[in-house]
Every structure is written in C-alpha cells, then in structure tokens.
Design a protein around this ligand. Sequence first.
Ligand code: WT7
Length: 571
Amino acid sequence: MKTDFYRKTNDREFPSNLTDYDEMYRSFEWKYARKELDWFGDKLNAAYNAVDRHTHTWRKNKIALYWEDEEGNQKKYTFEELSVLSNKLGNILKDFGVERGDRVFIFLPRIPELYFSFLGILKIGAIAGTLFSAFQEQALADRLGQARPKVVITNKELKSRLPRVKHVITIDTEDFTKSLEHASDELHIAEMDPDEYAFMLYTSGTTGKPKGVMHTHRAILQEHMTAKWVLDLRDDDVYWCTADPGWVTGIAYEILGSWSCGVSAVVYAGRFDPKKWYELLEKYKVSVWYTAPTAIRMLMAAGDTLVDERDLSALRHMCSVGEPLNPEAIRWAVKVFDKPFHDTWWQTETGAICIANYPCMDIKIGSMGKPIPGLTASIVDDNGHPVGPNTEGNIALKPKWPSMMKTIWRRPQKYESYFAGGSPRSSSGGAGWYLSGDHGMCDKDGYFWFIGRADDVIKTSGERVGPFEVESALVSHPGVVEAGVIGKPDPMRGEIIKAFVVLGKNVKPSEQLKEELSQYVKKHLAGHAYPREVEFIDKLPKTRSGKIMRRILKAKEMGLPIGDTSTLEEY
Ligand code: WT7
C-alpha cells in the first residue's frame, strides 16, 4: 500500500512548542515536566493549576472563557473571575458538608456554572463526576446509584430526571443566586497528593453496567504537556474544543490541560450547525481547534462555500479525536483550510492524549501518529507479547503514565481485566501491558494505525456506547423479550446503533413499533444512545453459555462471512 504524506515545513519564525519529536521522545522523562506546574511541596491541585495560578501572573485579567449559546447570549470570564466563582462554589459545597473524597456530580448543559462547579469541586479536594446532559433516568440511576454522590449540581429542567440523591443544588433558582452572592470568595485550596482522586467518568464496555473510571490530580501533568506538544497551545491562542465535559475530552482539554496553558477558550453551548461553527471560528479568531471526525464529515457535507465566505486566517492548528479520521477528511481540510487535521488517539481510561500527530512531524495520512514523549505504546497479542511491525494486534500502553486511570470505582477486578501480565496494583507492580480494547498496527517507522475495536463497544458520532445498556433498555419495554445491539457502519456518524429485537409472542411487528422502541430508548436511557435502526428477528445467535453473539449479528448485517461458530448454540 502506498502511503500518502502531508509534509511539514518548519516555520522558523513561529516554531511549534515541540520542535523535534524524535529528540524529545528519546530524552524526555516526566520529572522534567514538574516545573511546568505549581506545586505545594510534593502536593498539587489540578484545578489550581488550571486556573488560580494564572491569577498571580499577568494573565489575571486575561479572558479565560468566551461563552455563547444558541440564542446568542454571550458571557466572558477572566482567570480571576473563574478563580473567584469557583472559590464560591467550593464554599457552597462545604456548607453542604462536602469533604475531601466525597463525590459531587454535575448534570448540566455546557453553561458557565458547569465550569465553576467542576473547578470548585476539585479545589476542595472532592471528586467531580460529570453527566452528559442527554442522559435520561435509567442512565442516571445506574451511574448515580453506583457513585453515591453527596451532592448533584443541576438545573430545573434536568432535575426531574434525577433519582433520589442526598443533596441537589439547582443553579437556576433564587436560592442559588443568593448563596452565590453571599459565599466568600476566599477558599483554602486543598493540597492533594498527586495520587488522590480528582474526577471520575462513567464509560461503557461490552458487558455490564458502565464503569466509573477514576482519575487523579496527577493527570494534569500529562494533560498540560499534551496540550502544549499536540494542541500546540500558546499564550496568544484562542482555542475551541467542541467537546462536552460530560466526556473526558471536555474535562482534559476544555478545562484542565488547556487552561493550564493559559489560553482563552471558547465554549459554544449549542447543537452542531455548520454555519454557526464557521461563524464562531471567524468571530472569535479561533487559532487552535480540537474537534471530532463526525463533525468534520458533516462540515464536509455542508459544502465549501460556507468556508469560503469566512475569514478564517487566524486558524493555525487543528486536531481531531474520538473515532477514525478518514484520509478524505484530511485532504478536504488541506483544500479548504490550507492545513490538515491532526489525529489524536486516547480514551477515557488513559486520561490524556497518548498517540498523536505533532505540528513538527510529517503526517502519514490515515495514521494516528506516534506515542507522546514519556509513554511506550506497542502492538501486542492477547497475552501481552509484542507482535512486530505491520501485524494486527491490541493497541497497548506500558504503565504507568501520569494520567492513567487509578482504578474503576468499587470494581477492582474490572480494573485488573484491562491488563495483560499484571496491573500496577498487582504484585507484578505493573510489569504487564494496558490493553486498550482497540486493534491496530504499527509500521516500521513507528506510526500507529487504527483497525477497529477488539470488543463490541459502539462508537456513534464519536460517543462511546455499551451495547448492553441499550439492550437492557430495550428489554424493559413490555413488548420485547430479547435484544442484541451492534454498531452498524455509517458514512457520517462512523457507526449507528442498530438493534435486533425478539418480540413477545402476541406482539405484532410493525414499522410503528420500531419507531416506538427507538423513542423508548431515547426517552429512558439517553438522547444520543438510541437505536436509529430496529430489526425484528425470531431468535438471537447465542453461545452455548447463553451470551448474545453480536459479532454474528454484525457479520450478517454487513453480508460478511460469520467466522468461527464453534461456540455457537444451534442457530
Ligand atoms: C475509544 C475511546 C478520548 C477522547 C474521546 C474518546 C476510539 C479514540 C481515536 C482515533 C480511532 C479512536 C477508540 C478508543 N478512538 N480516538 N484517533 N482513531 N479511534 O474517549 O469515549 O473513552 O473512547 O474511542 O476506539 O478506544 P472514549
């Protein structure tokens, strides 16, 4: 196969933060990055590093956040204002009895209060959890029921979906406005051990309920360094990350790593809309843009004239994450923006970018790039043995990197199951490999290529959905006996969710029922994780031990050979 390159020319006048990848990869050790952050002796606080430390510098009155919503409402906050407002939030939480190690969850759309809350929670040493605002009551009950937060911060509209929790703070009430007014702007910042928890995120695997991935304050070290090396963030940048803090990208690169670099960030609290997006890029003179392949494909489909009408000359650097970035998307970007998107690979569990294309490195179009300095990545077999170049295997990382998850909340065995040859917590002390759940290969030049998921996890519009959650939601419908859910390849969304449904004996299949089932999941589980396609089926393919073989549903759907069926129950 012939590889297409995008060759970089070195800009001598404005060199990127990372100028020589190979040299840095050879010589870098994490201890050298220590001075990039502010420490309290051996302790640190990730939120303090993201925001408060800048208030002791000239950045004090610099805009940290430009916020805008769909109705055109606009707000802006300096680093000083973010620092004060998050202090106030921290004090309000303390009044609710929140202590170090308590969980506080945020269930809010992307409004400024979400950001103050997140920072305030970390600043008092509590653990922040974020919940995507599209979640409905079942998804919320599963997550909150397991995390048992002391407080949930929400608004009037979303509150009605919540299960019973200890305390609820509703931000669009007079009560809250008053307590924000009265709360002190001074707060003692919790000095945290780098290994203490800072935030948690629920994410899905193939089976079982979503897993609470735990991250520590140390994560900011890698979030900061990758924001510098990969996103190439600099002091004069206006930076727009299009992710929602309900997912890890919005935490690591809209709050922690990016603000730690001192940039002005743009947050748009609205739905995807090509025209609006270009308008924002122009209006705020966005210079660095971090987005996702589904959005890029939708922009491509919206046509080039929309771009040509805008002055996007401020745009210097563009990156992508979350799902495979098609070569056509890169070629299109070079055509219309005169620069490529740089693919980055990482996961909720890795806490920060792990494999990436750098501004100083030629891009092999279609490849995810190379591991960040300070991290060893490899392709290994299921037992953790490296397989050599150009061979398919598991994308694996060598523990520990600073932003690696510390555990899975209350499910230590789940955590262990990520590792081949022993986790850092096991007696081997981390001698093994972390297996990502992705298949890929590495070429002779050390570039990594994504092949696909090793498991049944679905990636729809870049969002990670566990088939089990959707199946459970479907079978809770009175007409459904069983359901098997897969990701069906889709040219725009990467994958869409497709459900194969076995109906009860007396239930009549109809197009209307298909629509009803799809809406049922949307209403009870999540606004983004519902099946766009439903197919009725007499019987699901299962193993002899009764597990649904989604692999076979997928092969049939795609008209592919169904492969090894030796463990299949008679079908
Ligand atoms: C999964 C992790 C971490 C940011 C958001 C996703 C897929 C991620 C890429 C990429 C192909 C990618 C993988 C991975 N993925 N980046 N550049 N190319 N696939 O976090 O929701 O935990 O999902 O997203 O399958 O395992 P996440």
